[in-house]
Ligand binder design. Structure first.
Ligand code: ARG
Length: 320
């Protein structure tokens, strides 16, 4: 890890200065739920016998997109493909660090074609300059890797879920192919143990990515459900983030951790009332979005949002 001031002290200072939050413009990728449906069951939330209201799903998705745009964020849209009902969960399409994109490789056969679709989008985006001056698309991961579903950047740390979808082998691949060490990013493997929280982004939310806000002393702030993690990973989280918001079972079940933050506004499922109160207490402004249709597939706000982190400057060649 990069040298940083002791986390607890700074954390306390932040808690006492709740007014200090700043929104920073983000660039997101989303996929409209044109073909969204629940026709197979690959997580405990999916139930084929519960009908999906397609028009309502689209209206809720649009409301999220509009909430981002209203707050000044840029939303890119990937064309939805027929036969890929889960493609709406764009977070799973890949991960982008400093403008370098690695597209996903899905565990389940039903979603496998999404990896190639997202890889094509990243490729076109890199060529169009959407990923920034040093942006690049590396194609698809070789290992099972469900993108930002399991990979959340928190300051100098890439928090990486394992045990359900994304594998440890994928973590090693990411470290190598994204050149994390040269970027000053350390990958932290976190083992998930509850099938309801099968992706890291259902069990943990990054609320303040203390990295790009110009306050070098700011540690990242996260929220998470301790019970969703193996004992060792729980210890790791406790050590790294002593100031974290601890979610409870009700917060997680309402998808309150499946949240997107711009540093000030926290976009999350309107049903997650407890989480909304907890983030407000820490100086954030919760933006609740009705999302019950897309929740039928086992995902909410964050699942539908991939963060594009364009390279800000030309890359400095560091590795051979
Ligand atoms: N039905 C999808 C699956 O089980 C939902 C994915 C939700 N996405 C997420 N980032 N958690 O794969």
């Amino acid at each position: 890890l990069r040298a940083r001031p002791a986390l607890p002290g700074v954390g306390l200072a932040r808690t006492l200065r709740p007014g200090g939050r700043t929104a920073r413009p983000r660039t997101f990728l989303m996929c409209p739920p044109t073909h969204f449906d629940v026709v197979y069951e690959i997580n405990p939330w999916m139930d084929r016998t519960v009908p999906v209201d397609a028009a309502r799903a689209l209206a809720q998705w649009r409301a999220l997109r509009e909430a981002y745009e209203r707050h000044g964020h840029t939303v890119h849209v990937i064309d939805p493909e027929p036969g890929l009902p889960d493609m709406v969960y764009a977070a799973n399409g890949g991960v982008v660090v400093d403008g370098v994109a690695l597209a996903a490789r899905f565990l389940h056969a039903q979603r496998r074609a999404e990896g190639a679709a997202y890889a094509r989008w990243f490729d076109a985006a890199a060529r169009a300059g959407v990923l920034g001056p040093g942006g690049a698309a590396l194609g698809q991961a070789d290992e099972v890797d469900e993108g930002e579903g399991d990979l959340l950047l928190a300051g100098p740390l890439l928090l990486a879920g394992a045990g359900m979808r994304t594998t440890r082998a994928a973590h090693r691949e990411l470290d190598r192919r994204l050149g994390l060490a040269a970027r000053g990013v350390t990958l932290v493997t976190l083992d998930l143990v509850d099938p309801r929280y099968y992706h890291l982004d259902t069990a943990l939310a990054v609320l303040d990515d203390g990295r790009d806000d110009g306050r070098d002393d700011a540690p990242p702030l996260i929220a998470y459900l301790p019970e969703a993690f193996a004992p060792k990973s729980r210890e790791t989280l406790r050590d790294l983030f002593p100031d974290a918001i601890l979610a409870d079972a009700a917060d997680a079940a309402a998808f309150g951790l499946n949240a997107v933050s711009d540093g000030l506004h926290v976009y999350l499922d309107a049903a997650a009332t407890g989480m909304r109160a907890k983030v407000r207490e820490r100086g954030f402004e919760p933006v609740g979005v009705e999302f019950d249709e897309l929740r039928k597939g086992g995902g909410s706000v964050k699942c539908c949002t991939l963060t594009l982190r364009p390279a800000l400057v030309e890359p400095v060649e560091t590795t051979a």
